[in-house]
Design a binder for this molecule. Structure first.
Ligand SMILES: [Mg+2]
Length: 143
């Protein structure tokens, strides 16, 4: 174990996709987004949004997510790592959440299905939180 010990857990840069990840195709906020964003920040993580459509500040504004979101970026849709600088992604993602598996394969993260109807039955954000916690636990164990 490192000398840091308990409480020294480093926060991660967590990147959420927008369309079909935190919002529905018809621009409704996925259940649990605000609660899980709050919990992740309390756990010491930093949350970013990125999208193949560009920085989505209109979504941040529409759902009043400013307190949670450190920045918004373009998301590379191919050659993910090589195109980061070109697209102005100045932060390295430690964990990504996306409805497209290529992004999960290119980085580390959680693949999510598009939000299910009826929307109030959708529990995906809570599952994502559990997976992030499990990932952090593995990192702490050096696995
Ligand atoms: Mg998407």
């Amino acid at each position: 174990m490192s000398a840091g010990g308990a409480g020294a857990q480093a926060g991660m840069n967590i990147f959420f996709d927008v369309d079909n990840t935190i919002i529905t195709w018809d621009v409704k906020l996925r259940p649990g987004v605000e609660e899980i964003f709050t919990r992740l920040r309390e756990d010491g993580h930093t949350i970013y949004l990125w999208s193949g459509m560009g920085p989505r500040w209109e979504v941040v504004k529409r759902f009043d997510l400013h307190a949670h979101i450190a920045d918004c970026f373009w998301k590379p849709l191919h050659n993910h790592h090589a195109r980061m600088a070109e697209l102005g992604v100045t932060v390295q993602p430690d964990y990504v959440i996306d409805d497209h598996v290529e992004i999960i394969h290119a980085f580390t993260g959680s693949l999510v299905p598009e939000p299910m109807l009826p929307l109030d039955r959708d529990r995906v954000m809570w599952r994502v939180y559990d997976e992030i916690q499990a990932h952090c636990a593995r990192l702490e164990q050096g696995a």
